[in-house]
Design a binder for this molecule. Structure first.
Ligand SMILES: [Zn+2]
Ligand SMILES: [Zn+2]
Length: 443
């Protein structure tokens, strides 16, 4: 395990021909006079051409590293935020730390920000969380995000890989079981977008989130002498699920199924359990309709997304056939049955069979199921399907009744925030979701 605070390389811009920005304060470039003010970089044959604000060529190199002096910081224009999501837009963002511009294999530029892990973390927490969230929740989140990040970086360095990275699917003619993990970046550790963790630089930093990071500085969740791969999701639906039901077939001892309640809810074993569970509204930390709490944890969500503990989606038969055609590229013919073959303890479906008049197919795991049964994504794979049939037993429509939001593994964000609101401490929240894990200060 690490013994001092590491630096991390964050990819801010990728595949750019042209990068524009501004240096506030002096930045040192090896062998050059310090640079300040506006700059433009262009990728061209043979390297990166760096120009100052008045358009004078300063230097030409394959890689340009700029180091800030004192409190200097830099701003990059035209940074894409929310890539591939409906909120995608371009912003001007400001960062502390080093800025490196380098060429990728296609001759395009990458802008990388090298920053101390704790500084990065406080930016990430304040990009993802509202500063008004309960402070014990913010502290728990800081410890968890720090642990997840470090364990991801450590695993990447491990060439033999405790978990094989390339084996992320099992496919045959009639079965697609795949899972999605953070793709490895090669030129840097993490990207700045939701793909890894949203990092929007220093602008949104607020006092509270900074405090949560400072108070927990160097604290990690550990298990058996290793930093925990601390996963989290928005709402478990009352029970959390196992690591291997969302990703590789490998048990992770601290990512087990927990009842997200003071009551000990029984895990789901069969279809009858699933039906009773999903169609009821059990007592759970994340079973809250308190808009004030939800808005404080998930800022910016609209009211339509309030129903995530229990939710419902309805499709006419042809509508669902069209979605499956678009998402999977198969013509199932007339959809006959949708049959869960395997569920995890939270009720999330791990393998689902879709039977049509022309084709039958098994799909998994949870994210693939969510992706295939919705124009965007279903909230979770914890659902039952109620099929309406005509007098000849032919399906007319399908109603999906579901529970929870996200993969359900590790910490439930809504549940954790409600726990904090009810007076639980950060460590109690973490021990509730990550059973058997301990806290350890590593620097
Ligand atoms: Zn990424
Ligand atoms: Zn929950």
């Amino acid at each position: 395990m690490i013994t001092e605070e590491p630096n991390i390389d964050v990819g801010i811009l990728q595949e750019r021909r042209h990068i524009e920005g501004e240096l506030s304060g002096e930045f040192y470039i090896a062998g050059e006079t310090p640079l300040t003010g506006g700059f433009t970089a262009k990728a061209a044959k043979g390297g990166i051409f760096l120009y100052d604000a008045s358009g004078h060529l300063i230097l030409k190199k394959a890689s340009i590293k700029m180091k800030p002096s004192g409190e200097a910081f830099f701003t990059l224009y035209d940074v894409a935020v929310g890539i591939d999501f409906h909120w995608e837009r371009s912003e001007k963002l400001t960062f502390r730390g080093d800025l490196t511009l380098s060429l990728d294999k296609n001759g395009l530029m990458t802008a990388i920000n090298t920053i101390a892990l704790e500084d990065y973390l406080s930016c990430v927490i304040s990009s993802e969380m509202s500063a008004e969230a309960p402070s014990e929740f913010l502290k728990a989140h800081a410890i968890m995000s720090r642990s997840w990040l470090m364990s991801t970086l450590e695993r990447r360095g491990d060439i033999d890989g405790k978990r094989a990275k390339d084996k992320n699917s099992i496919q045959s003619e009639n079965e697609i079981v795949r899972w999605y993990d953070r793709e490895d970046h090669t030129a840097f550790d993490v990207c700045a977008d939701d793909h890894c963790q949203r990092y929007q630089g220093i602008k949104p930093l607020s006092g509270f989130t900074r405090e949560a990071c400072e108070e927990t500085r160097g604290l990690f969740l550990v298990y058996d002498n290793g930093i925990c791969d601390a996963r989290y999701h928005k709402c478990c639906g009352g029970l959390t699920d196992l690591f291997e039901n969302a990703w590789e077939n490998q048990a992770v001892p601290y990512l087990t199924s927990v009842s997200d309640s003071l009551l000990n809810h029984q895990t789901i074993f069969n279809e009858r359990d699933a039906q009773n569970w999903i169609l009821s509204s059990p007592e759970a930390y994340c079973n809250t309709r308190d808009e004030a709490i939800i808005n404080r944890i998930l800022p910016g969500f609209d009211r339509e997304t309030m129903d995530f503990f229990r939710w419902r989606v309805h499709y006419e038969r042809d509508e669902l056939e069209n979605i499956l055609w678009k998402k999977l590229g198969f013509d199932f013919g007339r959809i006959q049955n949708i049959i869960p073959l395997e569920r995890g303890p939270s009720g999330r479906i791990v393998r689902l069979k879709i039977e049509g008049t022309k084709k039958a197919m098994v799909i998994g795991k949870e994210l693939e199921i969510r992706r295939c049964l919705s124009p965007s994504h279903l909230y979770s794979s914890c659902f039952i399907v109620i099929t309406k049939r005509d007098l000849l037993e032919k399906p007319i429509s399908f109603t999906i009744h579901g529970a929870g939001w996200g993969h359900g593994v590790g910490l439930c964000q809504i549940g954790a925030a409600v726990m904090a609101e009810r007076g639980f401490k950060a460590e109690e929240i973490l021990w509730h979701y990550f059973r058997g894990a301990q806290l350890k200060r590593l620097y």
